[in-house]
Design a protein around this ligand. Sequence first.
Ligand code: HEC
Length: 161
Amino acid sequence: MSARVRRATKPQALRVAGWAALAGIGAAAFAAPAGGPAPRADSVGASALPAPPKVAALLRRACYDCHSNETRWPWYSRIAPLSWRIARDVERGRQELNFSAWGDYYAATRRRKLKWIGRAVENGTMPPFLYCVTHPGARLTREQRAAIVEWVERALARQRP
Ligand code: HEC
């Protein structure tokens, strides 16, 4: 009898320990900061982006989560370890290119970044593959990519992007 009881309680104890551990992880995850650098207040530059509305809308949809101060943080960006990965992507993304700060860049910097944008969109390296898996709405069709690349070329030709 006692042996039977012991056999029954061991898995039970394990299960309790398991739930306790899960609850601990969950609590830690939700205690984690929302993640990501605090958005800077100065998004005046956003309006300076000289893109036609159609292109501006594409960039907003496909790029702004990582390349602007207008990141729409998903609910899972609060859960470690995902939060760390997402925060790092946004931080590095903003460092490389921040549409909210477009008007603050020197003209030469804008030209350089425009060239990068054209290349990244043409090659399909941006938006990143994993991001497109979780954000199907951010995927760009071939025509949409072409529209962005065409805008880049026109802006570069205008001398003052
Ligand atoms: C999920 C976040 C994310 C999204 C969405 C995203 N990027 Fe990026 N992007 C990054 C990160 C992180 C880097 C820096 C590290 C790297 O190059 O992978 C980067 C780098 C860049 C660079 C500079 C380096 C290079 O490859 O030339 C450009 C230009 C760029 N992105 C353009 C875009 C454009 C345009 C879009 C939208 C069509 C976009 N990105 C969407 C995260 C993102």
